[in-house]
Design a protein. Structure first.
Length: 351
């Protein structure tokens, strides 16, 4: 969600936010307090506008993926006794509280909005006001004051993220990040018939497949090329990079390949629940994958430092939520469409 907030902030400051349509009705008191972070109050107006931005992004990217309408998606059970709306709103409010909390520590890092950023926020808020009717702005709490506050919080949060992650050790050795590479074959226990239906092999067919796989293994250990052998049999040799902690495509395959000591070595056949694997070690140090792993390790160190600071600030700050006020914002009952420069319109029809 933090990354989503960053993306929205960039779009918003660029002046590309436009509410194009929405349904439903209802008026809220935007001055009510949703939560208090330290001595700072989060108003319902600010919370509503931020929530509607997030709602539209979720509906754009997730509703279709889940094969459902937006209102049906929000009503679905997510985990425990929570609906998807309840779970999402909980995360949204926590992120909003985090942005307020982070903004309260800007002086620790000498972070401030530049005149250009302040003007960009002002222009984006004004543009939102120009592009939308009073009815639309009332439903999403889109007055310039609320819009500007949300954009300010997003922008500061982005700048603070970089400052809070600064100073992390970015030196990672090849040994710590080493990634190997392999080619492998899978003799699957599942086949697909002409009608597209999946069929699982019988025990006798599995035994026959094992004999076939063993013959392939013997040929590969004899020095034949895996791609050539696989192609002649109508199979496809797959490639993968890995280390000892990898689990994909199969943990037993990874363990067997990782145990090989020389490039060009071939595993014995590896029987798994899904089928039989054979692997050939192609590199003890895949340069590209290792460098990518280094970047991943540095990113994780930065995240850990950021999360540690945020957690400490939470412990030092009293945060109080007004749950009854927060419940006044409904995703299921209020549809929202947000149009940005890189997304198409998405709309609800729930009243």
């Amino acid at each position: 969600m933090v990354r989503l907030a960053k993306r929205l902030a960039v779009l918003a400051v660029a002046g590309t936010l436009t509410a194009t349509s929405l349904t439903g009705c209802g008026t809220i008191n935007t001055d009510e307090t949703v939560a208090t972070v330290g001595d700072e109050k989060i108003t319902l107006g600010v919370a509503n506008f931020y929530a509607r931005l997030q709602q539209a992004q979720y509906e754009t990217y997730y509703a279709s993926m889940m094969g459902t309408t937006a209102e049906e998606m929000w009503a679905k059970e997510a985990s425990g006794d929570q609906t998807y709306e309840e779970q999402t709103k909980k995360s949204i409010l926590e992120n909003l509280e985090n942005m307020y909390l982070v903004s309260q520590h800007v002086s620790d890092y000498d972070v401030a909005l530049t005149e250009e950023e302040q003007q960009a926020i002002k222009d984006a808020a004004a543009k939102f006001g120009e592009d939308n009717s009073d009815d639309v702005k009332k439903v999403v709490s889109g007055d310039e004051e609320e819009v500007a506050k949300v954009l300010e919080l997003m922008t500061i949060s982005n700048k603070m993220e970089a400052a809070m992650e600064a100073g992390v050790d970015e030196n990672v050795s090849d040994e710590d990040a080493a990634q190997k590479s392999m080619q492998y074959l899978l003799f699957s226990y599942t086949t697909t018939d002409d009608s597209g239906e999946s069929q699982t092999l019988s025990d006798d067919e599995k035994e026959a497949l094992k004999t076939t796989a063993q013959a392939f293994d013997d040929r590969l250990k004899g020095g034949e090329d895996m791609e050539t052998v696989a192609s002649a049999a109508g199979l496809t040799a797959q490639t993968a990079t890995f280390d000892s902690e990898s689990t994909s495509p199969d943990k037993d395959l990874i363990a067997a390949a990782d145990a090989l000591t020389n490039e060009g070595d071939v595993t014995d056949i590896i029987e798994t629940e899904n089928g039989i694997y054979i692997a050939k070690l192609t590199s003890l140090l895949d340069r590209e994958a290792t460098d990518s792993k280094k970047e991943s390790i540095v990113s994780e160190r930065k995240k850990e430092q950021y999360d540690s600071l945020l957690e400490q600030w939470k412990k030092d700050t009293k945060i109080k939520e007004e749950k009854k006020v927060w419940k006044k914002i409904s995703f299921e009952k209020q549809g929202v469409t947000i149009k940005t420069s890189d997304t198409s319109d998405t709309s609800d029809s729930q009243n």
